[in-house]
Design a protein around this ligand. Structure first.
Ligand code: TTP
Ligand code: MG
Length: 349
């Protein structure tokens, strides 16, 4: 089973501000009357009707719908709401894998109500009932809606959830996989991003049905190991287990400059400020650092990341800072273009 809250940040804002009801809401950077330079974190479904979506430049969102309500990101608030939701899920489903603030997979196969169900049909019915109960419980306690997908594995559950959004629930049983997947656009398959889709579409492969006509060997030639995964995904094959994980996997901070810049003082000061904020946030968790990721977006939205994993994981902030700075300096040395955004993220263990 997969659950994902609907337009999460925006929905929390709507709950906190009932006067926003029915209006388009965009959470993200300050649009500054159309001159703002950050991005959209998310938008509610009314705002999505105007074409606004996550990761779009905020200036574009403002162009599409200047009368929308634009709000800053309140990470602390969403984090607290997320924790309460995850707690509701874990009480019902001990085997839960949280994958982001608002999204989790649950393995329901070992739950007594499922194991003790008479036959296969009963088991699926029971799973659907559990999904309904969970959504209800979250709504009763938090006044927020989420969508559930139920399937024989993670990928089917996730796509089912995506298709049932918002405020829905969809069950896809093994015998329904083919019919469910074949009409989908290849980009609706998790793991097939816009770049992969572009390559496939240049060969006139647009739907999952088209994709299924391509041999495993050909996909492997085109995309290497990932090609084999794509071949399997097109058939709804996914052996990935639901694993219990720590709630917090990574913490990240980013900043978009008012003007693209190469000014060393501005760059270093911003880096230090971001690093300080990141460190503050990680101090709440008693974990070790492992992978450090630095992101730079250059003029023209060209975005790159560099990362380094240190084994064993460590706790020293000075080491974290040194490694992050090294990655950042490599960006500056390798790319002469002005910088639009910098980001630092660290995974916790
Ligand atoms: P998602 O679950 O991807 O999106 P969503 O909950 O806003 O909308 P949907 O109904 O389609 O699930 O992401 C959860 C939250 O993570 C989202 O509310 C805001 C944040 N987020 C960003 O800040 N930037 C991004 O690019 C994305 C995709 C999400
Ligand atoms: Mg969501």
């Amino acid at each position: 089973m997969h659950i994902d809250m609907d337009c999460f940040f925006a929905q929390v804002e709507e709950r906190e501000n009932p006067q926003f009801k029915g209006k388009p809401v965009v959470v993200g950077a300050d649009p500054k009357g159309g001159k703002g330079r950050g991005v959209v974190s998310t938008a509610n479904y009314q705002a999505r009707k105007y074409g606004i979506h996550s990761a779009m430049p905020i200036s574009k969102a403002y162009q599409l719908c200047p009368h929308a309500i634009f709000l800053p990101v309140q990470s602390k608030l969403y984090g607290e709401v997320s924790e309460r939701i995850m707690q509701i899920i874990r009480v019902r489903f001990p085997v839960t894998e949280q994958v982001s603030l608002d999204e989790a997979y649950m393995d329901v196969t070992k739950l007594p109500v499922i194991v003790e169900s008479g036959d296969e049909t009963e088991r699926w019915k029971e799973a659907e009932r559990l999904a309904r109960l969970l959504r209800q419980e979250i709504f009763t306690q938090e006044r927020l809606t989420g969508t559930c997908g139920v399937g024989p594995n993670k990928i089917i559950a996730k796509i089912a959830c995506e298709k049932a959004k918002p405020n829905g629930c969809l069950v896809v049983k093994p015998e329904g996989i083919e019919q469910f997947l074949e009409p989908l656009d290849i980009e609706e398959i998790p793991g097939i991003g816009s770049k992969t889709a572009e390559i496939l579409k240049s060969y006139h492969i647009a739907t999952v049905q088209d994709l299924k006509e391509v041999s495993k060997e050909r996909l492997e030639k085109l995309f290497g190991v990932r090609g084999v995964q794509i071949y399997e995904k097109a058939r709804g094959i996914d052996e990935d287990p639901v694993i219990l994980e720590k709630e917090i996997k990574s913490v990240g901070k980013e900043y978009t400059f008012e003007h693209d810049t190469r000014d060393p003082q501005v760059l270093i000061e911003t880096f230090n400020k971001l690093f300080g904020e990141l460190l503050m946030e990680t101090q709440e968790y008693h974990y070790c650092f492992s992978t450090i990721i630095v992101k730079c977006r250059f003029s023209g939205f060209e975005t790159h990341t560099k990362s380094k994993t240190l084994v064993p994981a460590f706790r020293a902030p000075a080491l974290l800072r040194r490694e992050a700075m090294k990655l950042f300096l490599r960006f500056i040395a390798e790319n002469p273009n002005p910088i639009r955004l910098i980001g630092i993220r660290v995974s916790l263990q």
